[in-house]
Design a protein around this ligand. Structure first.
Ligand code: BES
Ligand code: MN
Ligand code: ZN
Length: 489
């Protein structure tokens, strides 16, 4: 069921090998109370209690995410055994996802044949898709351009005890997370507004989702002067992508809006080199929207959802937008540019305004918007701001069930003063750097009117400097799982 060039190339199957000696590595779970699962008991008996001895001597432990790789004599069956610590309590969805991903990732340092993941017996049925999704995302990393691949993919991963339905669902979710990650990990010379838009077009060419692309001429006709201003300094013109997945009958749509700055140099308010290094990741919000829309299409989710990507490259040249410029946005509100590096909110101003035309029942935007959000919450936590607490509660519930970390920041009226401009309606920075994540959200609030809206600042968690046991450094695909869960309801 290979569906796009981003899909993992490993063969995934649901059955167990008849001949266990054909299994290179068998992955099994061990809880921290050390009670052996049925499969571990069988292997223990075949080896005259070897596993019990290892457990009793404290060599084999079930503490959460502890990994023990054991060589296995040929009469017992599989060539190697990887025992994964399941910890104390029943595995949650995020445990299932992260433990499997960490287990698989630990095996990709050398070529392997068939890997059998027998974790289904230790994890509840409704979590089985997360096992598969974790395995799939473990197989994708940031080393897209190494001559020698750094992850050595196995020939097959089998998931005995997982239904075909859960297997396909998990594979789809994993593929869609990977696809968002891959777009973010691509260098900016490869992925720029036009190529991003073309990629989306191809991705949905055989799907019911319709894809509309506004080029620079259409953007001008549509009065999207804010998007055009941010892209004005680049030789790569901006784009707006609209993906419509309308499978939910008469209900008003949910809209997802992503910041797609394919490279953020800061513009004339130029970033120092160190701060610019990772700025290919500044389209992660848009990539997340594409990933979620793709999952909706492939899973055939019966809801109305429209995804928008505001795409521009923020560059320096004689045609760049300038400090002091005043832009009349598509909505009619005027914005004064006091820092060209606060460009994401400028792109989103017009993108949100277009989204509003579709009379949505809820708007969720995703953006690598502010360094200030990382100062407030650290690298791993999404900042959430809203004009509708009950909508945010729904998204919080979805995030917590998927184990993605999200925390609300306040939107007191008190902050409104900070985005007022002396010459235009609003200005694109607050007064000084304090509360920068919130003043950015206050700016955006001007473009959603009273529609229920949640803004997710993913500047920290979208892109990682360091690897974790369950995933490579680089793009993370954060919020794909949460949004999918929320939309599925
Ligand atoms: N894309 C950046 C925010 C960012 C920083 C994302 C680090 C990921 C990692 C955004 O466009 C930006 O430059 N924001 C400025 C805003 C400031 C000029 C008001 C910032 O955070 O410094
Ligand atoms: Mn910027
Ligand atoms: Zn930016």
């Amino acid at each position: 069921m290979t569906e796009s060039k981003f899909d993992v190339s490993v063969k995934l199957t649901s059955g167990s090998a008849e001949d266990q000696s054909a299994v290179d590595v068998l992955i099994l779970g061990l809880p921290s109370n050390n009670s052996l699962s049925a499969s571990l008991r069988d292997l223990d008996e075949l080896g005259n209690g070897w596993l019990t001895r290892l457990v009793n001597s404290g060599q084999l432990r079930g503490s959460r995410c502890e990994m023990t790789l054991l060589g296995v004599p040929s009469e017992i069956g599989p060539k190697m055994l990887l025992v994964v610590g399941l910890g104390e309590s029943a595995a949650t969805r995020s445990d299932a996802y992260e433990m499997t991903a960490a287990a698989i990732r630990s095996l990709l340092d050398r070529p392997r044949g068939r890997i059998e993941v027998r974790l289904a017996e230790s994890i509840a049925d409704e979590q089985h898709d997360a096992i598969v999704a974790g395995a799939v995302t473990a197989c994708e990393g940031q080393a897209l351009y190494r001559s020698e691949p750094s992850l050595k993919l196995p020939t097959e991963i089998a998931f005995p005890g997982i239904s075909q339905k859960q297997l396909e669902r998990g594979q789809t979710i994993g593929d869609c997370i990977n696809q968002a990650r891959r777009m973010v990990n691509e260098p900016p010379a490869v992925l720029y507004p036009e190529s991003f838009a073309n990629e989306v077009k191809t991705l949905f060419s055989d799907k019911e989702t319709t894809v509309e692309i506004w080029d620079e001429h259409r953007l001008a006709e549509e009065q999207c002067r804010a998007i055009l201003a941010v892209g004005a300094g680049s030789s790569r013109p901006p784009r707006l992508v609209i993906m419509s997945h309308l499978c939910g009958g008469d209900e008003p749509p949910i809209v997802l809006v992503g910041k797609g700055v394919t490279f953020d140099s800061g513009g004339l308010s130029l970033k120092p080199s160190d701060a610019m290094i990772d700025m290919k990741c500044d389209m992660a919000g848009a990539a997340t929207v594409v990933g979620v829309m793709h999952a909706l299409a492939r899973l055939g989710i019966r809801r109305n959802v429209i995804g928008f990507c505001g795409l521009a490259e923020n560059m320096v040249s004689g045609t760049s937008y300038k400090l002091g410029d005043v832009i009349k946005t598509r909505s009619g509100k005027t914005i004064e540019i006091l820092n060209t590096d606060a460009e994401g909110r400028v792109v989103l101003a017009d993108t949100l305004d277009v989204a509003k035309d579709y009379q949505p029942k809820a708007i969720v935007d995703l953006a690598t918007l502010t360094g200030a959000c990382m100062v407030a919450l650290g690298r791993d936590v999404v900042g959430a701001m809203t004009n509708d607490d009950s909508l945010l509660e729904e998204i919080e519930a979805a995030a917590s069930s998927e184990g993605e970390l999200l925390w609300q920041l306040p939107m007191f009226k008190h902050y409104d003063e900070q985005v007022k401009s002396k010459v235009a309606d609003i200005k694109n920075i607050g007064d000084g750097r304090w509360g920068g994540a919130i003043t950015a959200a206050k700016f955006l609030e001007n473009f959603v009117d009273d529609l229920p809206w949640v803004h997710l600042d993913i500047a920290g968690p979208a892109f990682a400097d360091q690897p974790k046991p369950h995933r490579d450094a680089g793009a993370t695909g954060v919020m794909v799982r949460t949004l999918l869960r929320w939309i599925e309801g």
